[in-house]
Ligand binder design. Structure first.
Ligand code: ADP
Ligand code: ZN
Ligand code: ZN
Length: 757
């Protein structure tokens, strides 16, 4: 059967001709809550997935990211893309996949994930990139030419002679006399003798600091074995994660450095994740020093950088100039191409979990990225997370251990001091035990240094008896109950169990059962009173608001201009001070008294890490832990530096109560300035969820959060527990959308939550 010719169309073509299949770009439009629209790709525009584009939207223009290229409709109804922003995609295919995966897992908008991947200054091209005018000689003028120019415009001739003499590649306008030289240079450029261009001046966030090159150390046997296993995996493109469990001071950082150097030498990229940046200036410095001979090879990414700095570092990685990227959590999205190795240092650290939307876990996404890119990944810690330990025990991760300190020093001797039997001396306000006071006095006398840690986490009031140490816990979860003032009840935040507040300690009958906390400032006052001669410095969130404050204090401490360093969690990590012979922990329990399934794990990690700060020099170290619950497993295992023993014990408990890593917990929080709206919205959600969630999902009653009011908003929450996180995200987000709570109520869902406040 023969077909008649198709009818001609308005533009003279034929409706059924071959080119009628149009290419369309599926664009995620910025700032519109994950609105996705298709646009026609104009001929000749080389658009790829991950490109940033300018698009028309109703009567205005806006920007977006290309999610995919699809076949367009056969008519010409689609509006065309207006412009491609930048030549290449800003997001690689792997990072696009990662963004889409994470958005679905953590129930977050894809656009929010993409905002993590492409930092604001890059996506908005708002970078105030510092440029300077730069001139270069294009050809040498003949003597004749030069004489002619000299006769008419002596200044131009002078510039030419200057450039001919200086052997360099060219000069900044500023070195030719600045603005007055601009007009003559322009004229010379028009004559074709010079080029005049804007040249980017790279801003290095570590600009003022210089780093002396360091040489690789001779590895000990443990380190060599760890390095061999990492490189073997790398050569085989094996992305089964390697869990490097090495005691504090075992020389993990040296292993990272040498692995990174080898991978980089083969032209591959390296990504190094560290806990929140301000905490580890030392680690950064060690990487900068090791690669000091390859300037620009190491890029640093962190949130405290200026827009310009972030723009520069990001582009330096994207262009492939920097081959090693270091940074906290969000650096996992660094545009390192041809990625060979990812290192997650202190992989147990809570700062890898983002506490606002998108609430992703940096370590977990790093593991996924490694698998997607075929890169090797190393998770390192002295006190790995129970998630990683369980993965190693189940064979999903490969465990590599380093059980000795690199310098063969002994781990410090740790004493647990029972504060219940301490005489209640008014002068020290129950803050300093006699034992710790004497130990401090002795170090000061000998000219040695000490670190004092105040474990302050949360504000939730658990009830602990200062006389016997008893903590009131939930019958179902074995977690501390939290005191709620308005109703005068003790409540379990995981399962909702309620109990009346005992008038006196159920264990010993003491009436002092409400635990009073104290802060670093109060401790500082007491210390100053005890040791008027000592140089004492306090490090806490208040002090470190100032940029570089922590770095400066640590430098002073290293130079022994400080005798006693007093601080919160932020001084417990990654620091290496040979002069420290004493570490005191003032109140080991406070971290245990929070309604958080990971409370014991965190306390154990904190105590073990901080104890690892003592005795890194010639003199053996001593650690004194003050506590009201000396029998607590977290404290006893930390005393023996026994990570395996702690893991056995704690995994047993977690399994019994079906807590992570044997399940996934999510926190659903509703906030509002009007309390009744918050509680009503959560009650409604709760009721609807009961009807739709699969039976394997357990849900607590809706309750005021332990942090019941913050920033003027009342907070209500409930906790969901599921064998698989996937059971939660879709169902709960659908109900949140259905509720459409309006502007005065904010609903958030935190999958794999680490914060139960
Ligand atoms: P970790 O990261 O495991 O806590 P570090 O990398 O900080 O340990 O190493 C602890 C100390 O041991 C550092 O001062 C480091 O310079 C030193 N060190 C590491 N490896 C070696 C080695 N092979 N020989 C000698 N000293 C080493
Ligand atoms: Zn008691
Ligand atoms: Zn409970």
């Amino acid at each position: 059967m023969s077909m008649s010719a198709p009818p001609p169309t308005a533009d003279g073509g034929h409706l059924f001709d071959a080119p009628s299949v149009l290419l369309a770009a599926r664009v995620l439009v910025d700032g519109l809550n994950d609105m996705i629209l298709d646009y026609a790709v104009p001929p000749g525009m080389h658009v790829q997935r991950g490109c940033r584009v300018e698009v028309p939207l109703r009567s205005r223009q806006t920007t977006g990211t290309v999610l995919a290229l699809v076949d367009g409709p056969h008519d010409y109804t689609l509006k065309p893309l207006l412009r491609l922003i930048g030549e290449e995609p800003v997001v690689s295919p792997v990072l696009m996949d990662l963004a889409e995966w994470a958005a679905s897992y953590y129930a977050a908008p894809v656009e929010q994930m993409l905002r993590c991947i492409v930092p604001e200054p890059v996506r908005s091209e708002r970078h105030d990139e510092k440029t300077k005018k730069f001139v270069r000689l294009l050809r040498r003028p003949t003597d004749d030419e030069l004489n002619k120019i000299n006769a008419r415009a002596p200044r131009r001739a002078a510039i030419l002679r200057y450039l001919m003499e200086s052997q360099g590649e060219g000069e900044y306008l500023s070195s030719l006399g600045g603005t007055p030289a601009l007009a003559p240079c322009r004229a010379l450029a028009e004559q074709g003798l010079l080029s005049l261009e804007e040249r980017a001046v790279h801003r290095d966030p570590a600009g003022e600091e210089t780093f002396a090159p360091s040489v690789p150390l001779q590895l000990n046997d443990d380190q060599q074995r760890a390095l061999d296993i990492i490189l073997h995996a790398y050569h085989n493109g094996d992305s089964k994660p390697i869990l490097l469990q090495g005691v504090t001071g075992s020389g993990k950082t040296e292993v990272y450095l040498q692995a990174a150097a080898q991978v980089m030498a083969q032209g591959k990229g390296v990504l190094i994740l560290v806990p929140e940046i301000s905490l580890t200036p030392q680690t950064m410095a060690r990487f900068k020093s090791r690669f000091a001979e390859q300037p620009g090879a190491v890029a640093i990414l962190h949130s405290a950088m200026s827009d310009g700095e972030r723009f520069d570092e990001w582009h330096s990685i994207h262009r492939g100039r920097a081959r090693i990227a270091i940074g906290p959590r969000s650096a996992l999205f660094a545009p390192v191409s041809n990625l060979g190795l990812i290192i997650v240092d202190e992989e147990h650290d809570a700062s890898y979990k983002q506490e606002n939307s998108p609430r992703y876990h940096g370590r977990d996404l790093a593991v996924l990225r490694a698998r997607m890119e075929g890169a090797t990944i190393v998770l390192g810690s002295a006190t790995p997370s129970l998630e990683s330990i369980l993965n190693a025990r189940r064979g999903k991760y490969r465990l590599v251990r380093m059980d000795k300190r690199a310098d063969n020093r002994r781990l410090p001797l740790t004493r647990v001091l029972d504060m219940r039997s301490e005489p209640k001396d008014k002068r020290y306000l129950g803050i300093l035990s006699e034992r710790l006071r004497c130990a401090l006095e002795e170090r000061l006398h000998k000219g040695e240094q000490a670190i004092l840690l105040l474990n302050r986490r949360g504000f939730a009031r658990a009830l602990q008896c200062p006389d016997c140490g008893y903590v009131v816990v939930c019958e179902h979860c074995a977690l501390p109950l939290t005191y709620h003032l308005p109703e005068n009840r003790l409540v379990c935040h995981i399962c909702g169990y309620r109990a009346v507040v005992p008038a006196c300690c159920p264990e010993c009958g003491s009436k002092n059962i409400l635990l009073e906390g104290y802060g670093t400032q109060k401790v500082e006052t007491v210390l100053t009173r005890c040791f008027p001669e000592a140089r004492i410095r306090r490090v806490d969130a208040d002090v470190t608001i100032r940029k570089n404050a922590l770095r400066d204090i640590l430098a002073d401490f290293r130079a022994h201009r400080i005798d006693i360093l007093l601080g919160t969690q932020m001084i417990s990590k990654g620091l290496d001070f040979p002069g420290v012979t004493l570490v005191g922990v003032l109140n080991a329990d406070l971290g245990l008294c929070v309604p958080d399934p990971r409370a014991a794990e965190r306390t154990f990690q904190l105590l073990t890490q901080v104890a690892g700060r003592a005795g890194r020099g010639e003199v053996d170290g001593e650690v004194i832990i003050q506590t009201y619950s000396p029998q607590a497993a977290a404290i006893q295992f930390a005393r023996r530096h026994d990570t395996d023993g702690f893991a056995d014990n704690e995994l047993g408990l977690r399994e019994k109560f079906a807590f992570p890593p044997f399940s996934h917990l999510a926190v659903l929080t509703v906030r509002s300035e009007q309390e009744d709206m918050a509680s009503f919205a959560l009650a409604t959600l709760h009721k609807r969820l009961l009807a739709v969630l699969p039976p394997e999902v357990e849900m607590s009653d809706p309750l005021p959060a332990p942090l019941s009011k913050a920033y003027g908003q009342f907070r209500y929450q409930c906790v969901l527990k599921a064998p698989r996180a996937r059971l939660l995200a879709d169902a709960v987000s659908a109900e949140i959308t259905r509720l459409s709570p309006g502007d005065s109520v904010i609903v958030t869902l935190d999958i794999d939550a680490y914060n139960f406040m």
